[in-house]
Design a protein around this ligand. Structure first.
Ligand code: UFG
Length: 349
């Protein structure tokens, strides 16, 4: 260990660090003593997020604004920041429907940025990477819950395919770069916000995802929630997901980073499910929202949404055992945190 590292905290690059999951992860990294540098082009997030991270942690993270799909800028970044010991790569486009309309935009952005980061890491000797993957790689599994050994299925959308191809790129890179260590975290459905209500999800326009749509409807921004389908083969007919608290998810990243920095990984490319292990239906979630907030949420049942899968939830036993991490928050706490965030955004008391 160099003299410098013996007293300085370890520096972590967080791409997409002003985004939803990224910002919560920056907070947890800083709370764990890491020095964070964010790279974000602010295409889907706001610079003010830095102020709020600072309010929560007392520390303003480093920040560079550029597009990681630009190979030269990415290389220049690694040239400038020589002390980075690990990266967490969140920056990506994530709207499933948009990816169907604009496949090239999705492949160009999501795949080039990953390749540029890996290339920068290789050139500049940064050994460790944690990547945002998704349970979307499982499609509609034949058997539930899904373990890490559940076979991947052909992606339902270009967005989903960028996650599958990104995993393949990491696997192939790791095969021939022994000294590099990579972890893909397959997130289930991240929801909720930091308990301070200072950071949370900031959807642009009409939200695609369930919880922001619920909270915006409750806040009066949207008229009514549409529940997409009640004729699925599930106990109440609505689709089932594994909703994971975003702060729990953020903590899984800190654990993954420590695993790599401490050389505890078993292979140099690993992947883990990050969920709660429990399936909750759309209708159950709506009922929890009404129960914990007391808000009379308006909703109606409409037809299924194209491309939706019926049900999925994680078997988290492998990740829990290997990482020593477990989701801790209850669904009620999580839903309340989402509502507190929406209320603060809208100035609702
Ligand atoms: N839903 C509604 N009404 C809405 C929004 C959603 O009923 O207004 C339903 C959906 O039909 C689905 C469930 O709520 O059954 C969850 O939908 P989300 O859009 O919140 O989440 P998805 O499971 O569709 O998508 C998430 C991530 C994607 C990822 C996908 C698969 O947002 O990034 O999981 O892994 F690709």
């Amino acid at each position: 260990m160099s003299f410098k590292n013996s007293y300085m905290s370890k520096q972590i690059l967080v791409t997409g660090g002003t985004g939803y999951i990224g910002s919560h992860t920056v907070v947890e990294l800083q709370n764990s003593g890491f020095d964070v540098v964010i790279v974000d082009n602010l295409s889907n997030s706001k610079i003010e997020v830095l102020d709020n991270i600072e309010k929560i942690t007392g520390i303003r993270p480093g920040f560079e604004k550029f597009d990681l799909a630009d190979a030269k800028l990415t290389n220049d970044f690694f040239q400038k920041y020589k002390d980075i010991e690990a990266a967490i790569h969140f920056a990506a486009f994530k709207a499933v429907g948009e990816s169907v309309q604009e496949p090239l935009m999705y492949y160009q952005n999501n795949l080039n940025s990953l390749m540029n980061i890996l290339s920068g890491m290789k050139t500049h000797g940064v050994k460790n990477l944690v990547f945002s993957s998704s349970c979307t790689v499982y499609g509609q599994p034949d058997k539930l819950p899904v373990t890490e050994d559940t076979p991947r299925k052909e992606a339902e959308s270009p967005y989903g395919n960028t996650k599958a191809v990104s995993e393949d790129i990491m696997r192939d890179f790791a095969k021939v770069n022994d000294e590099h260590n990579l972890i893909a975290l397959r997130y289930f459905n991240p929801i909720g916000a930091h308990e301070s209500a200072l950071i949370g999800e900031l959807p642009v326009g009409v939200p695609n995802n369930l919880v922001p749509f619920i909270t915006q409807t409750a806040a009066g921004v949207r008229g009514e929630l549409s529940i997409f389908g009640d004729d699925y083969n599930t106990p109440d007919g609505t689709a089932i997901r594994d909703f994971i608290n975003v702060v729990d998810l953020a903590k899984a990243h800190v654990v993954a980073i420590n695993r790599l920095l401490n050389g505890k990984n078993k292979k140099n490319y690993e992947y883990f499910n990050v969920g709660t292990g429990e399936g909750v239906s759309v209708m159950q979630l709506v009922k929890v929202f009404i129960e914990v907030t007391g808000v009379n949420l308006k909703y109606k049942i409409v037809g299924r949404r194209e491309g939706d899968i019926e049900k999925i939830w994680a078997d988290t036993s492998y990740g829990n055992a290997e990482l020593g991490w477990k989701a801790e928050k209850t669904i009620k706490q999580t839903i309340l945190s989402a509502w507190n965030w929406e209320k603060r955004l809208r100035g609702i008391k």
